[in-house]
Design a protein around this ligand. Sequence first.
Ligand code: SF4
Ligand code: MG
Length: 314
Amino acid sequence: VKNLKKYFPITSPFGRTIGQVKAVENIEFNLHERRTLGLVGESGCGKSTTGRAILRLTEPTNGSVIYKGGDVAKLKKREFKKVRKEMQMVFQDPHSSLNPKKRIGEMIEEPMVIHHIGNKKERMERAMDLLRRTGIREDQYFRFPHEFSGGQRQRIGIARALAVDPTLVVLDEPVSALDVSIQSQVINLLEEIQDEFKLAYLFISHDLSVVRHIADEIGVMYLGHMVEKTSTDELFSEPLHPYTKALLSSIPVPDRKIKRERIILKGDVPSPINPPTGCVFHTRCPYVMDRCIVEKPVLHERYSGHEVACHLYD
Ligand code: SF4
Ligand code: MG
């Protein structure tokens, strides 16, 4: 993902553009096959928009997504459909993302129908197989979404994403609506099928402790910007950005020997319509310096494989 940017226009009741929501600003990252990148930040930081822009569920304002060496935006319609088949998404709310009037089996078959895969019998067999592999009995095929618990519905959403053999799955807050005990079951399932189906994950979450279990690398986002990116272990042992440190402050440390700097943030996230000048975090940063107010820090490698956007490390 290169230089990805997404602005949403705000229009007046008369249709005139009166402003812009600066949702995503020049996001860059690599995601390798069979690996997991966690995108973390508070709600409204642009992580969902990033995921949606990669799948072109929303058209990026700028920037490119290079998939297997080719720029996705430059593909002809037919080629794009093929690529799009390899990129699937699982949404947060398993209740609203499943059609209540359809049997779950039919819903899992839907992507196969769209992409003309198999005949009716083959699709049904595959749907049943996917149900089984995601931990739902295959005789549940004829049931409706409301007959399942939240955790089961999320399993059905995952089975649906797997139906067309993707290589990348964007998981947008896949366990946030679930009880903690169910969360770990679904995370375990995601890990199992990642190996089995050879998947890369973009795992979007507001919860660092959830991402920690599954991500190889983590990118921390704040107000549309990627402020820090490194391996999961490194992020937890050596966080650099003040915002990352603040996020980590709210997670209990299992090992008492590790002394972690505690940063409690004051105030709210500013509006993405009028983001602060310079460093977008400067209105809440305990280390703010004069230059932070005027000069935007760029993401750069501080240590090998550890990138941060903060003037403290220039
Ligand atoms: Fe804080 Fe300045 Fe670093 Fe921004 S650039 S995080 S305001 S120290
Ligand atoms: Mg979101």
